[in-house]
Design a protein around this ligand. Structure first.
Ligand SMILES: Cc1cc2nc3c(=O)[nH]c(=O)nc-3n(C[C@H](O)[C@H](O)[C@H](O)COP(=O)(O)O)c2cc1C
Length: 415
C-alpha cells in the first residue's frame, strides 16, 4: 500500500512533497503554519486577505487606526463610496508582510499567497493589481488566484518581470470556470502552473450554489482532466476539499492528481492563527453543528460552525476601518441588511442581522468560524486532555500524518 511520500509534485524546477496547505484568511493560515510546510518540503500558503490589519499586530504598524482616523467623519453615513484604500500603503503592507515570510523561509518547499478576487476593496481592479504585484515584488514563490473567476488577473501582472518565473495557479470548482479563465488569459500567452480543483466539502467560501451537496470532487476532477487531455494541456491538478487522511490523498494521487490541497486538519495546529479556545470549538463540533449558509456578503455560500458568534450580530458596518468587501461603488450586502434592520427597529439600542454578516470585522476577530465539512472528525485526530479539552497538534505532526500514513490510518500525537 502506498503513502503520499511515494509521490512527488514537479513544478518548474522544483520537486516537492505533494502536500499543499491551503490559504485560510484572515490570518488563519499564518506565516508560521506555511513555513512548516515549506521546511518539510511541501507548499504552504499565506493569505493576503486584510493584510494591512494582519500586519498591524506583529509589526506594530497602524494601518487600521490611521484609515479609521481618516474616514471617521463617515462612520454614520450609509454611503461608503468615499472610503478608499491608499494604494501606496496597501503595497507597503503587502510587501512588508511577504518579505518577512520569505526572509524567514527555510527548506526546499515553497510559499504561495492566496489572493481572493472577491476582496473588492471599493476599487476591485486597482487594489487587486497592487496586491498581486506587491507579492511578486516581495519575492513570493507563487500566487493562488482564489474566490472569483479572475478573468483579468493575469493581464494585471503580465508586464511584471516575475510573471513568467513565479508559480501562478487558480482555484476552480468547475470545468466551465477553468475554460473561462483560460480563454480570457490566452492573450497573455501563459498557462497556469497548477490548477486547484476545489470540491464542495472545503472550508471558507464555496464555488457552488446552495445546491453544493449535489456535486462531488472526484467527478469534477475527472471532467477537468479529460478536457485537459483532449486539449493536450499538461497542467498539474491539485484536488481540494474533504481530503482528510493520507489514504484519501493517495487515492487522488493514484488517479493522476499532482498533489492535494488540505486545510481543515491544520485548523487545530498550534501554528494556526485561530485562538486556542476556537480550536477547541472545532474539535468539539459534531456534524450537526456545521452548516453552509448565505450570510457572507460576497454572495458565495460559506461553511461555518453554527455557534459562530458573528452569526446574527447586528454590529455597525466597520468599513471605515476595514471595507475589504465594498464593491466598485462602495456597497456591501451587509450594509443594506444592517440599515434595513435599523429602520425596522427605530430607537432600539441593539439590533440583530441574520441574513448577512459584517464579514471583515468578524473574520478579523475570529468570530465567524469557517471550517471544512469534516471538521467533526478532528476529534479523532488527537487525544483528550484530562481537563476535558483536546490536545492541539503541531503542524509537523499533521503534515507527516498526511505524508506517511496508509489507508485510513490517522496517527495520534504522542501521549
Ligand atoms: C478555516 C478555513 C479558511 C479558509 N479560507 C480560505 C481563503 O481565505 N481562501 C481560499 O481560497 N480558501 C480558503 N479555504 C479553503 C482551503 O484553502 C482549502 O482549499 C480547503 O478547505 C481544503 O479542504 P479541507 O479543508 O477539507 O482540507 C479555507 C478553509 C478553511 C478550513
Amino acid at each position: 500500500m502506498k503513502c503520499v511520500d511515494d509521490f512527488r509534485l514537479r513544478l518548474g524546477k522544483h520537486e516537492l512533497v505533494p502536500i499543499v496547505i491551503g490559504g485560510m484568511g484572515v490570518d488563519i493560515s499564518t506565516a508560521e503554519l506555511a513555513l512548516v510546510a515549506v521546511r518539510l518540503g511541501g507548499i504552504g500558503h499565506i493569505s493576503d486577505a486584510m493584510l494591512p490589519t494582519v500586519s498591524d499586530r506583529p509589526h506594530q504598524t497602524k494601518y487600521v487606526k490611521d484609515k479609521l482616523k481618516q474616514y471617521k467623519y463617515n462612520v454614520d453615513n450609509a454611503d461608503k463610496s468615499a472610503v478608499r484604500f491608499d494604494l501606496g500603503l496597501l503595497a507597503e503592507a503587502t510587501e512588508h508582510h511577504v518579505r518577512k515570510v520569505m526572509e524567514t523561509k527555510r527548506g526546499s518547499g515553497l510559499v504561495f499567497i492566496n489572493c481572493m478576487e472577491k476582496l473588492t476593496m471599493n476599487a476591485p481592479k486597482e487594489t487587486l493589481r497592487v496586491r498581486l504585484r506587491s507579492a511578486l515584488d516581495a519575492g513570493i514563490d507563487g500566487i493562488t488566484l482564489a474566490a472569483g473567476l479572475h478573468l483579468g488577473s493575469f493581464a494585471l501582472i503580465e508586464d511584471h518581470p516575475r510573471f513568467r518565473d513565479a508559480q501562478l495557479g487558480i482555484i476552480v470548482s468547475s470545468l466551465r470556470a477553468l475554460q473561462l479563465f483560460l480563454k480570457k488569459s490566452a492573450r497573455t500567452h501563459r498557462l497556469p502552473d497548477y490548477i486547484v480543483v476545489e470540491g464542495p466539502l472545503a472550508g471558507g467560501h464555496l464555488g457552488f450554489g446552495m445546491d453544493w451537496a449535489n456535486y462531488d470532487l472526484a467527478t469534477i476532477l475527472a471532467e477537468i482532466r479529460a478536457w485537459l487531455t483532449a486539449e493536450r494541456l499538461d497542467i498539474p491538478l491539485v484536488p481540494a476539499g474533504g481530503i482528510f487522511t493520507g489514504g484519501d490523498a493517495v487515492g487522488f494521487l493514484e488517479n493522476g492528481a499532482a498533489a492535494v490541497q488540505v486545510a481543515t486538519r491544520f485548523t487545530v495546529a498550534k501554528e494556526c492563527g485561530l485562538p486556542d479556545e476556537v480550536k477547541q470549538e472545532y474539535f468539539k463540533a459534531s456534524e450537526a453543528d456545521i452548516e453552509v449558509n448565505g450570510i457572507s456578503p460576497t454572495g458565495y455560500p460559506m461553511r461555518m460552525l453554527k455557534g459562530s458568534p458573528g452569526i446574527g450580530a447586528g454590529i455597525r458596518p466597520n468599513c471605515e476601518a476595514y471595507g475589504y468587501l465594498l464593491d466598485a461603488s462602495g456597497n456591501c450586502q451587509y450594509i443594506d441588511a444592517y440599515n434595513r434592520e435599523v429602520a425596522a427597529h427605530p430607537g432600539a439600542k441593539k439590533i440583530q442581522v441574520w441574513d448577512k454578516t459584517c464579514l471583515c470585522t468578524h473574520m478579523r476577530n475570529f468570530d465567524i468560524w469557517t471550517c471544512g465539512h469534516y471538521t467533526y472528525r478532528l476529534k479523532d485526530t488527537t487525544r483528550r486532555l484530562p481537563d476535558d479539552g483536546y490536545a492541539l497538534l503541531t503542524a509537523e505532526h499533521i503534515f507527516n500524518d498526511y505524508r506517511y500514513s496508509k489507508g485510513n490510518e490517522i496517527a495520534l500525537p504522542a501521549a
